[in-house]
Design a protein around this ligand. Structure first.
Ligand SMILES: [Zn+2]
Length: 334
């Protein structure tokens, strides 16, 4: 059985550029309406660190709309997941620009006490926004997918009540940040883990349901839709990135096979349905196996709403349930 979980990372650009209205609120509002119309829900991975800092420093007047929107999501049955870019917590705002603290880029490499502080603070902020003093998110996605080195962060997250991680994308590799998810390629659709997010552990303390990827020849990546992505306000910082970063990224890229994420903001309808068609064929051969398929998107990438609507129609036509982690989690308990 196939079930599809839509997740959206709710955030502005990674360097702190761009407005909440354009990159977060407006696209999320359109997506919310599309999903309500189709009578289904998505998981909103709220990047709490940036929202707390933007609110504290009063740098964006749309923060109140954003907070209302998150409350609305919660009230309407959308799932509120925790997404964290810890480099925001010690950020400075100078001359109208954010200077993020890259020494805290990867939550997993910080000392235990600091991880505890950050996770407590982020959940505390969500509770405040939702006005729910005992709210605890079920699901977590690490900033830049960095859930390695795993052990310390996994333990803290589990202690704080988080049950599920969706940071892995099978086949992922970012040498610069020490991210290597190539081991996970042969893993099942979901697994539990403790020490290493990519290595299943039957007694694991967290459940991993990775973003769905397909390994494709590298040239295929070049054809993936990037429609209009350059055109959004502020744009990303790609042009200004130092040459070393760019070369490292290029080396990661020049593999024969590359993980293509099921991304409903970046792929065309044909690419999305093509990926699902392959899973449907697999499922027909072995329908008893449970196949949760996590799709990813980013509010800052969302431009083509028609594709999202058509993709939902296609899934329904194929009897594929659209769910949230909250609603499917129990099926992964073995
Ligand atoms: Zn993010």
């Amino acid at each position: 059985m196939i079930e599809c979980i839509f997740t959206i990372d709710y955030e502005i650009y990674g360097d702190g550029k761009g407005s909440l209205k354009v990159l977060v609120f407006d696209p999320a509002e359109k997506l919310r309406n599309i999903f309500k119309k189709a009578d289904c829900r998505f998981v909103a991975f709220i990047e709490t660190a940036e929202l707390e800092l933007i609110e504290a420093k009063e740098t964006d007047t749309a923060i109140d709309d954003v907070k209302n929107q998150i409350q609305m999501f919660y009230a309407e049955g959308f799932e509120i997941g925790l997404h964290l870019h810890p480099q925001w917590y010690k950020a400075l705002h100078q001359d109208g620009q954010w200077l993020l603290d890259d020494s805290e880029y990867n939550l997993c490499s910080l000392p235990r006490e600091r991880i505890v502080e950050i996770v407590d603070r982020s959940i505390g902020y969500l509770r405040k926004v939702l006005r729910q003093p005992d709210f605890t998110p079920l699901s977590f996605r690490a900033g830049n997918w960095l859930m390695q080195p795993t052990a310390l962060a996994a333990k803290v997250l589990a202690e704080k009540g988080i049950k599920l991680d969706s940071s892995v994308f099978k086949g992922g590799l970012q040498r610069r940040h020490g991210l290597d998810y190539r081991n996970a390629i042969s893993n099942d659709y979901y697994w539990t883990f403790s020490e290493h997010v990519d290595i299943p552990d039957a007694n694991g303390i967290l459940l991993e349901i990775p973003t769905y990827t397909k390994m494709v020849p590298f040239w295929k990546m070049l054809t993936i839709k990037r429609v209009g992505l350059k055109g959004k306000e502020g744009s990303s910082n790609r042009k200004s990135s130092p040459w070393l970063k760019r070369i490292e990224r290029l080396i990661d890229f020049l593999r024969f096979r590359y993980p293509l994420k099921l991304d409903f903001c970046r792929m065309t309808l044909d690419e999305l349905t093509g990926m699902i068609d392959t899973i449907i064929l697999e499922d027909q051969k072995d329908p008893n196996r449970y196949r949760p398929i996590v799709a990813i998107g980013h509010t800052k990438d969302l431009l083509d709403y028609e594709t999202v609507e058509s993709f939902l129609v296609y899934l329904k036509k194929n009897d594929i349930r659209i769910s949230t982690f909250n609603n499917m989690y129990h099926k992964c308990q073995k």
